[in-house]
Design a protein around this ligand. Structure first.
Ligand code: OSB
Ligand code: MG
Length: 408
């Protein structure tokens, strides 16, 4: 295998297995099989790394962030443009992927596998990336860019291509760990006044029972949930059992990221539903979690499962098993956020998601107008073609540290 090094056109020699997988799903430009509609032709891809300061720091059980470092993928085809955003963080704390691993996998493997090819449907783009094991966030960024491109080329909003049924989605907020309980209460009051339909707070051992009990005393009964980001173990799960009496709508990812079995044991001991986030990296893992009754709710993040097609499959699987889903968030810019809104328009997204207004994260956002939440806590699904938002390219350019352009 020859691994490219430079920033110019790259070549990758795929294994026979990978070539076969690709040949089944895609065609070189010009050799379209008769009668096969050509929906996506990808003639150029641009990768960029951007740094964006967050309006306010965001703290979880794995640490505090003041800025988002992210990769944007621009996919060009026949005059149309699609955008994808990679949710990998600078550090391997939420997941094993980082901005640098995603850059490596995108530029050396994924982009060469789709450049200059035409696809009958954007889901085939995801299939053409399956020869790489894992690296869901890198795959999702490219695959989602291709979905936007396909919807732009077809002149329809992405929701229509994904099978969405709602014209607006229910919005909730995720509030990070705060310096004090009083500051936490201030933030909760602010977000509730803005209309958000449910509040999630981040917890960790030492910032859990006290925080929840404080909020219940202050605000009484309102839709409240907690997210531990895998900060507990079976040995410290007494603190989770202590949360069981507060009427939380769910406890998100209390135990380790790859631990389905202990979540099943814990769920048996709790009345409060467990929602899995980090643990669900594939549709297979979700089937396993459902079979073992490790959770009663699942959070869908397209970056975590490899893109829109896998997210739709995960959504459908959960619907068949009576497991409600909601859309998670990864501090996305308006580009990733717009993708999430379209995906969250599918019918089994029956709980408010972590998809909030742009202004909670970035000011200005990379899109203009930014995403706003209406006083009733809903966000309308854009009805323009593709993701249906306007990317401010000058802003993107001015925040870019590194760019790689690849042509067919
Ligand atoms: O666990 O849901 C999570 C942000 C970064 C990494 C992981 C998570 C989160 C959030 C923020 O909870 C959700 C958002 O507002 O985008
Ligand atoms: Mg989470």
């Amino acid at each position: 295998m020859s691994l490219p090094t430079g920033g110019r056109r790259r070549q990758l020699i795929l294994s026979p297995q990978a070539q076969q997988g690709c040949a089944a799903a895609c065609y070189h430009a010009g050799d379209r099989p008769p009668g096969h509609p050509r929906i996506v032709f990808i003639d150029a891809i641009e990768l960029r790394i951007l740094h964006l300061p967050l309006v306010r720091f965001f703290e979880t059980s794995f640490g505090r962030t003041d800025e988002r470092v992210l990769i944007l993928v621009r996919v060009d085809g026949e005059g149309a443009v699609g955008w994808g955003e990679c949710v990998a963080d600078a550090h391997p704390f939420y997941s094993a992927e980082t901005v640098r691993t995603a850059w490596h996998i995108l530029s050396d493997y994924l982009v060469p596998a789709v450049l200059g090819r035409q696809f009958g449907h954007p889901r085939e783009v995801g299939e053409a990336l399956q020869f790489v094991r894992g690296h869901q966030m890198a795959k999702a960024a490219l695959e989602m860019g291709a979905w936007d491109l396909a919807a732009q080329q077809a002149g329809v909003p992405l929701t229509r291509m994904l099978g969405g049924t709602r014209t607006a989605i229910a919005s909730g907020v995720s509030i990070g760990i705060q310096p004090s309980l009083e500051e936490l209460a201030e933030r909760v009051a602010l977000e509730r006044a803005a209309g958000y339909q449910r509040v999630k707070i981040k917890i960790k051992p030492g910032w859990d029972v006290e925080a929840v009990s404080f909020l219940r005393q202050r605000f009484g009964d309102f839709p409240l949930m907690v997210d531990a980001n895998a900060a507990y173990t079976v040995a410290t799960s007494d603190r989770l059992r202590a949360l069981d009496g507060f009427g939380l709508t769910m406890i998100e990812q209390p135990l380790d990221y790859d631990d389905i079995r202990d979540h099943a044991t814990l769920q048996r001991a709790l009345r409060t539903p467990i929602c899995l986030d980090e643990s669900i990296t594939t549709v297979n893992r979700a089937e396993e979690a459902i079979a073992l009754q490790a959770c009663r709710v699942i959070n869908v993040k397209p970056g975590r499962v490899g893109g829109h097609a896998a997210s739709v499959a995960l959504h459908d699987l959960c619907a068949r098993h009576g497991i409600p889903v909601w859309h998670g968030g990864m501090l996305e810019t308006g580009i990733g956020r717009a993708h999430n809104i379209h995906l969250a328009s599918l019918p089994n997204f029956s709980l408010p998601g972590d998809i909030a207004a742009s202004r909670r994260y970035f000011d200005p956002d990379l899109i203009d107008p930014p995403i706003e939440v209406r006083p009733d806590g809903t966000i309308p699904v854009p009805d323009a073609p593709g993701i249906g938002v306007i990317v401010v390219e000058e802003r993107v350019a001015s925040l870019t540290d590194e760019v790689l352009r690849l042509h067919a």
